[in-house]
Design a binder for this molecule. Sequence first.
Ligand SMILES: [Zn+2]
Length: 632
Amino acid sequence: MTRWMILRACAVAIFGTALGLGQAARAQSAPEAIRLSVDATQAPQKILHAKEAIPVRPGALTLYYPEWIPGEHAPDGPIANLAGLHFSVGGKEIPWRRDLVDMFAFHLDVPAGATSLDIQLDFLLSAPATGFSAGASATSQLDLLSWNQVLLYPKGYAAADILFEPSLRLPDGWKFGTSLPIASQNGSEIGFYRIPLDMLVDSPVISGHFFRAIDLSPGQTPPHEIDIAGDSAAAVAMPPELQLHLRNLVTEAGALFGSRHYRDYHFLLTLSDDVAHFGLEHHESDDSRLSERSLIDDTLRLDGAGLLPHEYVHSWNGKFRRPADLATPDFQQPMKDDLLWVYEGLTEYLGNVLTARSGLYSQQEYREHLADVAATYEYQPGRTWRPLQDTADAAQLLYFSGGDWENWRRGTDYYDEGELIWLEVDTRIRQLTQDKKSIDDYCKLFYGGPGGKPELKTYTFDDVVAGLNAIAPYDWRTLLTERLTSTDAHAPLGGIERGGWKLVYNDAPNEVESAGEDAYHRLNLRDSIGLSLDQEAGVSDVIHGGPAYLAGIGPGMKIIAVDKRQYSPETLGEAIERAKLSTDPIQLLVANGPYVAAYAVNYHGGIRHPHLERVESAPDYLSEISKPHATQ
Ligand SMILES: [Zn+2]
């Protein structure tokens, strides 16, 4: 970590004039820097302490707690876990009142003569290990600090116009990693250079007792590093093969986009079974959180293979280029999520392409992943009422909806169905240009530029269409609009088919689907009797209109017995296979709350798992897309 300190100190010398994402004129209008010191020494006890000193003028003052968290596309700032709030001037307590409509706003009167307001606050780290950055982020051995959780900022300024001077105290002996430029370090006390609020919130800090920092681009500029904090020494012992694949990822991403919009990049990886599992993108880093043994267990490795590539692609698609509707000036103004099928959908496509190109997926695993995605949307009747566009428009609701009835409600489908659509775009470009162009050319056009530092360049739907037309003239507007507004029962599989493959089913397990089942302890019978079960035999979802649904089974019920035998995954699988040779229904004894009843499932198609099968008459674009491009 200290490796980059000198370089970061050099970079920061130009920060105030060249790197901020706000308006060039802000130097004249900006208030003085807000000092923020965070004490994380009690993170293992699940509490953070923070102090702020804000330059103020006498009179009414409104302070905000960040509400809309970039990358989470929703108003989910964890305001309920803000505690111990005190305001004072010169040691004298100032009364405050929360706004009655905006729960994230605090009003107070600054007394005559005051020039600086002191704030004291705690952030409660006791959230459960679910959701996103508001979920559990600290264990006895590590902490992931999201700065938006430990600060207030004054109303009336863009986040890019407010300078912060942050410092952080860690538990003794903990190491740390961050993309923040480091000004000083004295034992466990770290001082960072002044930084605009938008960049501060974009720059989390990972720390922990079991910590490793690994250089992923030795001797090259810009530098890349992975900073890993885990719940054990074994967890952070990344195998050499995985290190090689991550180095390939850095190289392949450079080849795909042609430029890099950061001064250096830090993959921040938390490995724990007791934190929320997700990834959150930042301009010069990411915040990715996986199970403790994800680097050393092959099943968990396969299940999480695409996470770091996805978050890394966001440095280009999401941070550098961002939908205008998502580029809000502060953390209180609502974001509009209508272009998430580009922001997340194209990132999902490119992320998984890079997962394969870098070796984190084999080509076979990449195809198994695509087959699993294709089958998911083939078995999703909700698509007959809810077009894909509405899953993006309503993202701020769907991120927090449960998994029950997901196939009928639909979820945040602009990720994976978006991936299928962008595969269709890529294969169509290849076909239209007789293999001379591909989406790689679009990436260099749309995400190119001089690079070397964080910048923000917004875009609209029209810009996406114009960019595609510049690579391969076609009626992209109509194609994309059709995909976004369709209520067809079938998934858009044109990209797989144009890519030289087709979706088939047989009884052999799908490798990627199986890894997901093992990782999350669930049994997925979506493609046969039409339900999925948790490890306690609880029904987590039922395919609307499928065999289990028609038998009367719903989410929340629990399977007790199968054909008169006590339930186990094996007895259910064997019953499904037996029913292939019979006209008798599968008999399930199912608990629904305190009541138990028999249900007859009339299904005779056997166990089915999705795979891709080569179609020899079409060019094999999928293999061309997923093979290494810049590395061997
Ligand atoms: Zn994403």
